[in-house]
Design a protein around this ligand. Sequence first.
Ligand SMILES: *Cc1c(COP(=O)(O)O)cnc(C)c1O
Length: 427
Amino acid sequence: MKTAVSRKLFIEAQRYIPGGVNSPVRAFRSVGGQPLFIKRAKGARLYDADGNSFIDYVLSWGPMILGHAPAPVIKAIARAAAHGTSYGAPTELEVRLARMITDAVPSMQQVRLVSSGTEAVMSAIRLARGYTRKDGVLKFEGCYHGHSDYLLAKAGSGLATLGIPDSPGVPMDFTRHTLTAPYNDIKTLQRLIQTHHRELACVIVEPVAGNMGVVPPGDDFLPTLRELTRAHGILLIFDEVITGFRVAYGGAQTLYGVTPDLTCLGKIIGGGLPVGAYGGGKEIMQLIAPAGPVYQAGTLSGNPLAVTAGIETLKKLKQPGLYRQLDKLAARLAEGLGNAAKKAGVPLTQTRVGSMLGAFFTRGPVVDYASAKQSDTQAYAKFFHRMLEQGVYFAPSQFEAAFLSTAHSAADIERTIVSARAALKSL
Ligand SMILES: *Cc1c(COP(=O)(O)O)cnc(C)c1O
């Protein structure tokens, strides 16, 4: 595989951009080697600066559920751009997207649009605090909710660990308000809520964890979360930035039948443009300025290009049978990878919810961050590079999901499985 142009660009990038990238995982640090610079993308394919092409299972980390550059979305964006790119005043487009979102996700009676998932979560937490007049946040180890101060904490060790900042620059005073518990661990959850419910404003969770690889919720996990929070006057926030419009049109809450108080969205609802959203019951949402006193604003919020991309994407996603088709393709990919691993004698623990797939290089089971961490990340790194050499682009980290789009064909899946057989055999 030729990489001369990407290498040259990466050297130059590092002169002007810290680490040469604008978001850390892009740098390939956890798999070694150098990132590929992408020139264009179409359908399920990425094309890099050296002219290599790849079947893409990263899909910009989730948003591109229709594949890259889907014609109707691109046309609509171009039309919108010709009318101006931002007004700082309300538009009918925002109303349309807000209506589509609230129709799709019944727990969201009202929604506020922002420009990233991080911003959505940050704002939802502020709202939960404003509503409950409490400061505490409980999150789960291995769940990622954007890079805001309060949420850059996971557990140190032990069970009821108080939040320790994961990053310099996050004051201890901030993460002091953050409690963490292991994902899927109902006992710890019960104990933490018993002890801390008077301080807790909210519990925030990825209803299907997608930032430690894919870790689905156990049968009782989400219902128990719902019961406990409701019983103690704590808001339940579903961070559906990945799962929203991914695992089902109405998100994980529709799939599992558990209704949160607040929901955060992002990724897919922007159709590949910068977007986020948060929403919930009208009574809570009416606290947001200017309807209420909880302040939150944004110069580019509800941006006409992003909103247009979102509307066109959601329109497509409404087509009957679309999620079933994605599920079928994903099932075939999972089956093929599983068989290839078995044949090669490589221990692989697979997880999947619809078109979100996980494959951990460990015997498993994987139910939380600690068990995900048992994975052989060096084996993953080798697998990743061998797939890349064969034209298949998985995430440059063991702890990320693989995503499918409607642009992936059965032939793409079969080619990927053939490549995986070779890659796994060579480990
Ligand atoms: C990506 C992601 C975010 C952050 O969204 P950005 O748009 O990157 O700020 C938040 N929560 C989850 C679950 C995510 O996957």
